[in-house]
Design a protein around this ligand. Structure first.
Ligand code: KG4
Ligand code: ZN
Length: 409
C-alpha cells in the first residue's frame, strides 16, 4: 500500500495542493495563480496574497483530492510549506498540515519528481541552484545519512570523463538521489547579495513595460533578438562587438565569495540606459497601453518592440544566464559534484536550460531540471519533501508555526 501525501503550498502568490504517492508519483497537482491580482502592482502585495489564499485554499485542496480520486480519509499525512515566505500567506497553509516542509527543499524535490518521470537518476552529491523571484541560492546537496542505495557500477561510470576531486569523494560517496528517501542535507555555498534573478527579470520587464511576471515574456522576446535585431550575443556565447550605442553588460564582479550573486547592478544599468535614451519612451508608452488592453503575450508585444529593445532584452538575459551558469559550474567543479540540479521559476528559462546543458556536457556534468510546471511554485514538490520527512520520523510538534525566514543551511 502506498503512502499518499497531500501537499500544500501557499508561501507566495500561488495557492497549490497536490497528492503524491510514495514521494514520487504525482496523482494530482493543482495551482491557483494570483497573477491577475498582483499584476497591476508589478509585484506581490502581501495583504492581497493572504486574503486570496484564504479564498482559494479550500477549493484547491478539494480539486487536488478529486483529481486524485481520493478523499481526506485516504491521505496519510499533509505536508505544508512552513517557510521561507510571506507570513500571512504561510499561515493559511499551515493551519492544514502536520508535516512542515522548507519551501527551498521542496524546489530540490521538484527535480527528483521530474527525474522519476523521465526515469533518470541524479547522482548525489550535487550542486543545486535555486533560482526564482525570491531566491538565488547555491547549495551542495548530499543524501542524509541513512540513504540506502549507492549507485550501480554502470551509473558510477557515467560521466567518467570528469576527474573527481579526491577530497570530495572521500567525504561523500556517490548515491542514487532517487533513493535518498530520508531526504537531503545541504551546505550553503552562496546566494544573492541583493536582487534574486527572477526579481531582476521582473524589474527590467517593468522598466520596459513588458508585463508581470517578466521572466516568461523576456525569455520569448530574447529569442527574437538574434533574428530581428542588431548583432547581439546569444546565450552561452561570448560577447559580440558592441553595436553603436547598444547596452552590453560585462561579467558581474563579486568581491569575496565567488558563489555569491548580484543582479541589482544589471537592473540599474538598464534603468540608466533608458534614462539616457528618451527615444525609447514612445514605444514603452505604447506597450504600457497594450498591456492595459490585455495584450500580454510575447507575440502581442513583439511588434511593439524596436530591434534595439530586443537587443537590450537579449543582452540582459545573456548576462544573467551566463552569470548563473558560470558560478554553478565552478561550484560543481570545485566540490567535485558531477550533478547539477536547477530549480525555481527561472529554471523554466529556455536560454538557461540550453546554456547549462551545453556547457555542462563539455565537463561531464549532468544537469537536471524540473519540467516548467514543476519549476515554478507547486505543491507536488512539497508533498514529495514531506514524504522524506515522514520516513525520517520528522513530523510536527503541536507548537508548529510559520517561519518567514526559514533556511535549509
Ligand atoms: O518559483 P516561482 O514561481 O516563485 C518564487 O518563489 O519566486 O518563480 C517566479 C519567478 C518570477 O520572477 C518570474 O519572472 C520567473 O520566476 N520566471 C522566469 C521564467 N518563468 C518564470 N524567469 C525567466 N524565464 C522564464 N521562462
Ligand atoms: Zn519558490
Amino acid at each position: 500500500m502506498s503512502t499518499r501525501i497531500l501537499g500544500i503550498e501557499s508561501s507566495c502568490d500561488e495557492t497549490a495542493a497536490a497528492v503524491v504517492a510514495d514521494g514520487r508519483e504525482i496523482l494530482s497537482s493543482v495551482v491557483a495563480s494570483q497573477m491577475d491580482i498582483h499584476r497591476k502592482y508589478g509585484g506581490v502585495v502581501p495583504e492581497l496574497a493572504s486574503r486570496e489564499h484564504l479564498r482559494q485554499i479550500v477549493p484547491v485542496v478539494r480539486e487536488a483530492l478529486a483529481q486524485a480520486g481520493l478523499s481526506f480519509s485516504d491521505i496519510d499525512a499533509i505536508g505544508v510549506t512552513q517557510g521561507p515566505g510571506l507570513i500571512g500567506s504561510l499561515l493559511v497553509g499551515m493551519t492544514y498540515g502536520n508535516v512542515p516542509v522548507n519551501h527551498l527543499e521542496g524546489h530540490v524535490h521538484a527535480v527528483f519528481l521530474e527525474a522519476h518521470i523521465e526515469r533518470r537518476t541524479p547522482a548525489l552529491p550535487a550542486v543545486c541552484l535555486i533560482v526564482s523571484g525570491g531566491h538565488t541560492l547555491l547549495y551542495y546537496v548530499e543524501a542524509k545519512p541513512g540513504a540506502s542505495s549507492t549507485l550501480s557500477p554502470l551509473e558510477k561510470n557515467a560521466g567518467s570523463t570528469f576527474t573527481l576531486n579526491a577530497s570530495s569523494e572521500a567525504r561523500s560517496p556517490r548515491i542514487d538521489g532517487n533513493q535518498a528517501s530520508c531526504g537531503f542535507q545541504f551546505r550553503r555555498l552562496g546566494g544573492t547579495r541583493d536582487d534574486a534573478a527572477g526579481e531582476a527579470y521582473d524589474k527590467v520587464a517593468r522598466l520596459l513595460a513588458l508585463g508581470y511576471p517578466g521572466g516568461p515574456v523576456i525569455d520569448q522576446l530574447a529569442t527574437r533578438a538574434t533574428a530581428c535585431g542588431p548583432a547581439v550575443s546569444g546565450a552561452g556565447s561570448t560577447w559580440s562587438p558592441p553595436e553603436k550605442d547598444e547596452l552590453h553588460f560585462g561579467p558581474v564582479k563579486i568581491k569575496g565569495n565567488s558563489y555569491d550573486f548580484s543582479f541589482s547592478g544589471i537592473k540599474t544599468a538598464v534603468l540608466y540606459y533608458l534614462r539616457a535614451h528618451p527615444e525609447f519612451n514612445a514605444e514603452i508608452e505604447t506597450r504600457r497601453e497594450a498591456l492595459l488592453q490585455g495584450c500580454r503575450k510575447a507575440a502581442d508585444l513583439l511588434p511593439l518592440c524596436s530591434p534595439q529593445v530586443l537587443a537590450l532584452i537579449s543582452n540582459f538575459q545573456s548576462a544573467v544566464v551566463n552569470d548563473l551558469v558560470t558560478r554553478t559550474l565552478a561550484a560543481a567543479s570545485e566540490t567535485g559534484a558531477r550533478t547539477i540540479l536547477v530549480s525555481g521559476g527561472v529554471a523554466a528559462n529556455s536560454a538557461l536550460r540550453e546554456t547549462f546543458q551545453s556547457r555542462a556536457a563539455t565537463k561531464g556534468v549532468n544537469v537536471f531540471f524540473p519540467s516548467r510546471g514543476l519549476s515554478t511554485d507547486n505543491a507536488a514538490m512539497i508533498a514529495a519533501a514531506a514524504y522524506s520527512h515522514l520516513k525520517a520520523g520528522d513530523i510536527a510538534s503541536s507548537d508548529l508555526n510559520a517561519e518567514p525566514n526559514l533556511r535549509i543551511a
